[in-house]
Design a protein around this ligand. Sequence first.
Ligand SMILES: Nc1ncnc2c1ncn2[C@@H]1O[C@H](COP(=O)(O)OP(=O)(O)O)[C@@H](O)[C@H]1O
Ligand SMILES: [Mg+2]
Length: 296
Amino acid sequence: MVEPDAARRKRVDVRRSAPSPGPASSNGGAEQAAALQVRNLEVVYSDVILVLRGISVDVGDGESVALLGANGAGKTTLLRAISGLLPVHRGEITKGEVRLGDRKITGLDAAKIVRLGLAQVMEGRRTFAELTVEENLRAGAFARRDNDAVEGAYERVFALFPQLEERRSSTAGYLSGGEQQMLAIGRALMAAPRLLVLDEPSLGLAPALVDQIAGTIAEINRQGTSVLLVEQNAAMALSIASRGYVLEAGRIVLDGPAETLRSDRDVQEFYLGIGDGAGRSFRNVKSYKRRKGWSG
Ligand SMILES: Nc1ncnc2c1ncn2[C@@H]1O[C@H](COP(=O)(O)OP(=O)(O)O)[C@@H](O)[C@H]1O
Ligand SMILES: [Mg+2]
């Protein structure tokens, strides 16, 4: 038996009873455009491989949102769809829409989307290995013509990452993994984005560095940049974000405030590694429980 998606999706957050504390209340009740609105997004690779099956995600202005999910769930695909990078991977948005502020950006090219205020830190901390730290940062400001603003952006990045300032003339290829991640984030910030999206910034980093990167992302958000953070490291992501979504096999299966997700038994079991089911698939166990009539 196939249940309709709405019934399958478990909502731990009834928004009416638990509104997320956002800037919406600080502008006299006027409706403020969200930083990002993704609606019913469907994505197909190579014309046939359906990977995202109708996804809706919001990031409020100034908000920090986590997108959790196991390897292969479709997290990177969602970010590619948002930032205009799907065509590079033979992917296509076949349904739905993406809005950045009050602009529809569905199908725009990646450089245009950066100019409109969305910057992405890609998976695997890509930097230009032969260029210096400073040149990498300069490349991140490609869309900007105002030199004073670019100088201000350097200052912001060096204040967040003093290590990068010390190494500004070093070749990026010689930086440590942690420094390269800092550089990748710094480069994205050079575009002065309204929304920063990050794809698994903690991947492969030692715990102390994960903490440092997490602290910096939280600081970037405090400075007013909205954040969409994609992570397999649920503990890290939920320590920063105020809200989160769980993605499984191309569908959002759970969403809610970070503290609700942290205390949700399924999230603890499948994403925080607490309890005996750690490592098993959330979706498979849910459908098993459903068949047995256990699910609430
Ligand atoms: N260019 C591509 N062509 C075909 N399938 C792809 C492509 N990129 C990713 N996929 C598939 O889409 C699914 C989701 O991948 P991805 O978005 O990378 O997940 P995640 O980032 O959550 O690990 C996987 O099954 C993956 O194999
Ligand atoms: Mg990925």
